[in-house]
Write a protein that binds this ligand. Sequence first.
Ligand SMILES: C[S@@+](CC[C@H](N)C(=O)[O-])C[C@H]1O[C@@H](n2cnc3c(N)ncnc32)[C@H](O)[C@@H]1O
Length: 211
Amino acid sequence: MIEITDPRIDKYIMGLAPESDSLLLEMEKKAKASGFPIVDPLVGRLLYLLTRLKQPALIVEMGSGFGYSAYWFAKALSIRGKIVLIDKEEAHISHARKVFSDSDLFDRAEFRVGDALQVAREYQGIDLLFIDIDKHQYLDAVMAIAPMLAKNALVIADNSLWHGNVAEGMTDRDTVGIDKFNRHMFSSNDFFTSIVPLRDGVLLAYKLTES
Ligand SMILES: C[S@@+](CC[C@H](N)C(=O)[O-])C[C@H]1O[C@@H](n2cnc3c(N)ncnc32)[C@H](O)[C@@H]1O
C-alpha cells in the first residue's frame, strides 16, 4: 500500500477546515466507530465545491452508504436541484433517509434501494454522476449510465487510486477493475479526465459530447 498523500499534509489541510455541521460530525463518528468507508471531509468539501460550480439539476449517486457524500452534494445544490441516492442495502438507505429528514435537505433527495447499475438507468439527463460502488463494477457502471448523461455532465469517481494498488500493478479484481475504469476514462473521446490525488484519489471527467 502506498501513502497517496503524506499524512502530515492531510492533517494540515484537515486543520484548516474544522466542521461544525452536527449531522456531518455524527456521520463521521458513526463511520469511524463501525469502520464504514465514507469519503472523508476533504473529499466532501471537494464534492461541495464542484456542485456549487456545476449547479446540476440532477445528481445520481451510485453507492450512497448511509448518506455522508450525498449530504455534501445536497448541501451544495440549488433549490431546483435534486440528488438520487442509490444503495443495494436497505439499512443504509433508511439511515440516509433518517439523516436527511433531520436536516432541511430532505426535499432535495430521492432514496432508492437496488442495484445502482439498474436503478440509475431510469434517470435521463444526469448532470453529475458520482460512482462509489464495488470497485470491480466501475467500468460497467460508466458504460451503462453514459447514455443517461446530460450534455457537459460531470462524472466523479471515488477511490480511483485504490490505496495506491493501481500504481503497484496489483492483480486482484478490485484493483484491475479500477485500473480498467481509469484507462477507459482517460482514453475515451467522450470525456476529458483527471485524477485529484486527495485521500484515495478522486477521478473527475467532463463529458465532451452532446447527449
Ligand atoms: C464506499 S460505500 C459508499 C459511501 C458513500 N458514498 C459515502 O461516502 O458516504 C459503498 C456503498 O456502495 C454500495 N454498493 C456496492 N455495490 C453496489 C451496487 N452495485 N449497487 C448499489 N449499491 C452498491 C454498498 O452497499 C455500500 O454501501
